[in-house]
Design a protein around this ligand. Structure first.
Ligand code: PBG
Length: 338
C-alpha cells in the first residue's frame, strides 16, 4: 500500500458532493425547492380617486393606486397566474378617528376595492387585512383608551369589519392586529353572517419589527403613530411564545398561518409548519423589499438574484407561499423562463 493517508480520496471515500453540482442539467435534476407563480400573493396599496399611480418613495416600483388602476393591476396579476392579492388602503386623513370607526362603513375604500376587483377579475383571490391602523388617528391597530390598546372592544369592532369585508366579496380575512381571541370571534361572526366559505389567514406571529417602516409611509401612518406596538406584537427575541400564540389561533379556527416579517424569522416558519401542518405563509414585508431595492440601486447586490434567493429561502423553510411586493416582477421573470 502506498501512503495515501492524507489524500482527499481517503478522507471522503466515495462521497463527493460536487458530482451533483457539476452542470446545470445535473443541478436542475436534484433541486429540492422551486419557486412558482402559485407561491405568490401580491400586496397592493389603494387610494381614493381615479387614474392615480402615486409612487411610494421608500418602496421603489410600488405605487398607491386608485381603484380603477388597482383593477388593471389585478387583471395583470391574474393573467400572470398570481393566485391572490392582498389589499391595503390609504384612507383620507379626515376619515381617521380615535376608534377607527370608518373600517365599519360598508362602502369604504377597502370594500369598494374588493367589490371592483371581484367584479372585473373574478378568478383572483382577494385577501383583506382586518386591523384598525389605516383608520385610526393614532396609527395603532386597536382602540386606544387612556394610553392602552383595549383588547376586547377592538375585537368586537374587527368582527364587524370582517363581516363587512366578506359582504363586499373578500375571500380571505387576514387579521393583522394581534389582539387576543380575535380569530375565534371572527370565525363565529363570519359563520353567523353566512360566510362559512370565507377563510381566515391569521397573522399568527407578527413581531414588533423595524421592517414595517416603508409600509407606514405607504399608508401614511408613520407620522401618526404614538409610541410603539410592543404591547401587542411579539418580541423579536421570542420563538416559543410565537408558537404558543399561533397554537391559540389554530385552536380558534385559523385556516392558514402567516409569519411576519419573513427573512429574519425563517426559524419560526419552519417551527410553525412542523408544529401545525397548516398552510404557512411568510410576509416579506416592506422593509425587506426596500433594502433589496436600495442595495441594488447602489450596485451593491444583484437585485434580481436577491429577490429570487430570498423568495426561494421561504420555500426551503417550509412555507406554502409568500406575500411579496416583488410578486409581479418575479411572476414576469418566471414567465420569461418558461
Ligand atoms: C398593521 C400592518 C403592518 C403591516 C401591514 N399591516 C405593520 C405595522 O404597520 O405595524 C406591514 C406590512 C409591511 O411592512 O409590508 N396592521
Amino acid at each position: 500500500m502506498t501512503d495515501r493517508t492524507h489524500s482527499v480520496d481517503d478522507v471522503t471515500g466515495h462521497r463527493r458532493m460536487r458530482r451533483l453540482r457539476k452542470a446545470d442539467w445535473q443541478r436542475r435534476m436534484v433541486q429540492e425547492n422551486r419557486l412558482t407563480v402559485d407561491d405568490l400573493i401580491w400586496p397592493i396599496f389603494v387610494v381614493p380617486g381615479s387614474d392615480i399611480m402615486d409612487p411610494i418613495a421608500a418602496m421603489p416600483g410600488v405605487f398607491r393606486m386608485s381603484i380603477d388602476k388597482a383593477v388593471e393591476a389585478a387583471k395583470e396579476a391574474a393573467d400572470l397566474g398570481i393566485p391572490a392579492i392582498a389589499t391595503f388602503p390609504n384612507v383620507d386623513m379626515g376619515l381617521r378617528d380615535e376608534t377607527g370607526s370608518h373600517i365599519l362603513v360598508a362602502d369604504n375604500l377597502i370594500n369598494q376595492t374588493t367589490a371592483a376587483i371581484k367584479k372585473a377579475v373574478p378568478n383572483v383571490g382577494i385577501i383583506t387585512d382586518v386591523a384598525l391602523d389605516p383608520f385610526t388617528s393614532h396609527g395603532h391597530d386597536g382602540i386606544l383608551r387612556e394610553g392602552e390598546i383595549v383588547n376586547d372592544e377592538t375585537v368586537d369592532q374587527l368582527v364587524r369589519a370582517a363581516v363587512a369585508q366578506a359582504d363586499a366579496g373578500s375571500d380571505i380575512i387576514a387579521p393583522s392586529d394581534m389582539m387576543d381571541g380575535r380569530i375565534g370571534a371572527i370565525r363565529r361572526g363570519l359563520d353567523a353572517a353566512g360566510h362559512q366559505a370565507v377563510g381566515i389567514m391569521s397573522y399568527a406571529t407578527k413581531f414588533a419589527s423595524c421592517y414595517y417602516g416603508p409600509y407606514r409611509e405607504a399608508i401614511s401612518t408613520s407620522g401618526l403613530l404614538k409610541g410603539d406596538k410592543k404591547t401587542y406584537y411579539i418580541d423579536p427575541a421570542n420563538g416559543t411564545e410565537a408558537i404558543r400564540d399561533a397554537a391559540l389561533d389554530v385552536e380558534e379556527g385559523a385556516d392558514m398561518l402567516m409569519v411576519k416579517p419573513g427573512l429574519p424569522y425563517l426559524d419560526i416558519c419552519w417551527r410553525m409548519k412542523e408544529a401545525f401542518g397548516l398552510p404557512v405563509f411568510a410576509y416579506q414585508v416592506s422593509g425587506e423589499y426596500s433594502q433589496i431595492k436600495a442595495a441594488a440601486a447602489n450596485g451593491w447586490i444583484d437585485g434580481e438574484r436577491a429577490m429570487l434567493e430570498t423568495l426561494l429561502s421561504f420555500k426551503r423553510a417550509g412555507c406554502d407561499g409568500i406575500l411579496t411586493y416583488f410578486a409581479v416582477e418575479v411572476a414576469r421573470h418566471l414567465a420569461r423562463k418558461g
